[in-house]
Each structure stands twice: as C-alpha cells, then as structure tokens.
Design a protein around this ligand. Sequence first.
Ligand code: GDG
Length: 452
Amino acid sequence: MDEVTTDEGRQWRRSPGGLVTALHPVLAEHKGTWVGWAGGTSEEAPEPFDLEGIHIHPVPLTSLDLERYYEGMSNATIWPLYHDAVETPVFKRRWRESYRQVNARFAEAAADVAAEGATVWIQDYQLQLVPAMLRERRPDLKIGFFLHIPFPPIELFMQMPFRAEILRGLLGADLVGFQQRLAAQNFVRLARHLLGLRYEGQVIDVDGRPVKAGAFPISIDVAEMERMAADPAVQNRAKQIRAELGDPRTVILGVDRLDYTKGIELRLKAFRELLSDGKLSVPEAVMVQVATPSRERVEHYQTLRVKVEREVGRINGEFGRVGVPAVHYLHQSYSRNELAALYCAADVMMVTPLRDGMNLVAKEYVAARADTGGALVLSEFAGAATELRQSFLCNPHDPDGVKEALLRAVHVEHPEARRRMRLMQRHLRTHDVGHWARSFLNELGVPDVEVA
Ligand code: GDG
C-alpha cells in the first residue's frame, strides 16, 4: 500500500504490481489482513485501516532499521549472497541483530491479528525468520513462506554467519515455496547438510513435523497487460515513441531496476561490440535502456550506476551523432502505461540477468505483444527461462553468446518470430499470477488466508 497526497489530503492507495493484484482478491474473499511496512520511518506505525475490502495492518521501521535491516542485512548481505554472490556480500553483526528485531516485530504483528487456526503467508527474503518466530507464538496457525529470489546452493549459503538460524526460521513454515525446482532442492539438501534433518522427496522431517518445499513460478496479471497493450492510447504512444527515436529499423529495449544482478552492463557491451564490428549500425538500430532507480543508498548500487553510465557515455561518444544517440538511457520511473507502450514499441527486448528468481519484465513483454510482433532475448539464468523456451536464450557470462542471440533476434523472420511469441503467450495465459497464488495456497491446504 502507498500513502499518497491527493486533493482530499493524505490517502492510502493500492500499490501497483503483480503480487498485490494476485493476493488482493484472495484476501478480500477471506476477509484477510495485509501486514506490511507502510513506507516512512516514524517510530509509530499508522493506525490499521481498511482499503478496498481488505484490512491493512502497518508495521513501522525506523531510519536505523532502514539502514541496518533493509539496506544492510536484506540488500547488502542476503540479496547478493542469494544471487550467486555476483557482488560480494557484506556481513555485519549489527545488521544481523536488526534483522532479528524487525522479523520479531512482523511475527508479533501477525500473531496479534491472525484468527485461531488462520493461514499466514509470508513473503520474501526480508522475513526469513518470521515463520519460526510466528510458530513459536502461535502453533495453531498454518504458515506458508514464498521466496521471490533464488535460493543458493549449499556451498554459497554456508557463507552466511547465522545460517542455521535462517534455515530454522524458514523451517517454521508448513510450506516453503521457491521460483524454481532447483532452489527447492538446494533447500532440502541444505536442511540435511546443516541440521542433519531427513527428507523424502520434497518433504523435510522437522522433529516429526512435515515441512514441504516446492516450486511455484510466479507470474503476472496477463489479462491486465494484454488489455493495457491493446488500449489505443498505449498503441498511439508506442508509435510516437518510435517516431521520437527517429523511426529506426530496430528498437532494442531493456527495462530493469538499476541492479547489478540484471546484467545491464553486459547488454550494453554486447550492443557496443556489434556496432564496432559493423554488424549493427546507428541510426538503423537504437537501444533504449530504462534503469529504474533502486536502493540508491547501498554502495554496490552507487558503484553500478557509475559503471553503467560510463558505458552509456562511451557508446554514445563513439557511435552517436548530434541529435542521434545510440543508447537512450533513462534513470527514471515510469507509469505502467508508459512501460506497456515501450514494450509495444520494441522490436527486441533484452533481459540478461546474471541471476534472477523469475523476471517479470520478460513475461510482461511477451504478454504485451498480442500483435505477436517482437522478439525476446533471455538469459538462461532468469527463472523465466524455464518457461519461456521460445525466446532467444543466452548465457550472460559469454559475451559472444549474448551478441549472437541479439543478432538472431534482430534478424528473425516474421513468421518465425510470431510462432515463438504465440507459444509463449499460450503458456502465460494458463500460468498467470492467479494460477501461482492458487497453486501455492492449494498446496498449503487453505480455507482462510492471512498475508504478511
Ligand atoms: C523480484 C525478483 C521476481 C520496473 N520499472 C518500473 C516498473 N517496473 C516493474 C516491472 C516489473 C517489476 O517492476 C520488476 O519485477 P522483476 O521480476 O523484473 O524484478 P525484481 O524487482 O528484481 O523482482 C524477481 C520478482 O521479485 C517477483 O517474484 O520475478 O526475480 O528479483 O513488474 O514492470 N514499474 C513501474 N515503473 C517503472 O519504472 N510502474
């Protein structure tokens, strides 16, 4: 939920995005409560309130929590470690303590609001201790946990200083969901390796209590994206974007949070080398890179921004002309409509993360192209690669492989491009975000739902 200022003063508004879209109807139907951080850093959280049929229970974070728990432990320790340590994780004892305190605060809040025998679904890596903390306070609850990011192999996870505590935290749940089967396997093997627990298939025996692990690949609200992309205003905006870019033959697009896992630099480098090899040229081909500002106070992110902007400058310096840049770099946030227009305007979408739990941008692009135009270049290291098999897959660690996939996508014949797009769309229509939420909750055996 976001707090916004309107003509009528400060008001709450539903945040846009797939997770809220998926869970809102489930929560509304079961009269559920959303327990979450409401943004801001005051000692006191805003009072609980109702919004569009669900009850919102805000949890406060102070500016010290923000620095230690959120930017520190969550985004400078766990985030890089779980993404193959593509950036070196930073370990600090005071961050760990703050992570414990904030997790306890969330567990307390959920324990307070959950009805007898209710279901609580905990989301993501910032709250890994909550399942066990909540079970301790409320053994009557049914507890689910879903990890939106990858779960690393044993060798990497073992670097974590309070690894056993995190693992025990997760094992407090009845069902632990991951994006990928491989992540679920990493988890059950880790339980045996670190705690000597026995498992059969995907079910771990935690002192006689079964804890299930499973893969539940998340998705998007496909119908909503299709509707948005078909809207004449969005279509017109897409045409206008192409015109503003000088009506090039090929528009290559990237849309990411400015994050080092997303492979923005390597994508730029592939484009630069193709320009320099003479395989692509400006203005026939131009690239648009939207890099949404993200976690700007974390050092890894500041360093990345410098590197990306240096590469953009280099490409434009070498291959641009006055009024005709080779790369249009946009370090800004856009509305959902503008993103849809960008998707519709792009001949080739580049999604090249070094590691990504799923990557919803790849799915949004496919859903937006109901005209079956466009081609998707996709890293094998994105969770989405397991499903979007008809994309132009590449290994982001191999620069020549990325260049080759990009060229194949640029030059693909229309019938072949359409065939690929259609198959991927067919898959997404039956595997949307509603399907994700239902499969998880069914596996958990849910009649009532509470979501943290
Ligand atoms: C994590 C995992 C997993 C981007 N820029 C703007 C904007 N976006 C939207 C996109 C998309 C979402 O943000 C990004 O989702 P991704 O999945 O691509 O990546 P993460 O943020 O890293 O998400 C990831 C996901 O959780 C879900 O489980 O797939 O692997 O890392 O929806 O469209 N939205 C708006 N303006 C922008 O400028 N409105």
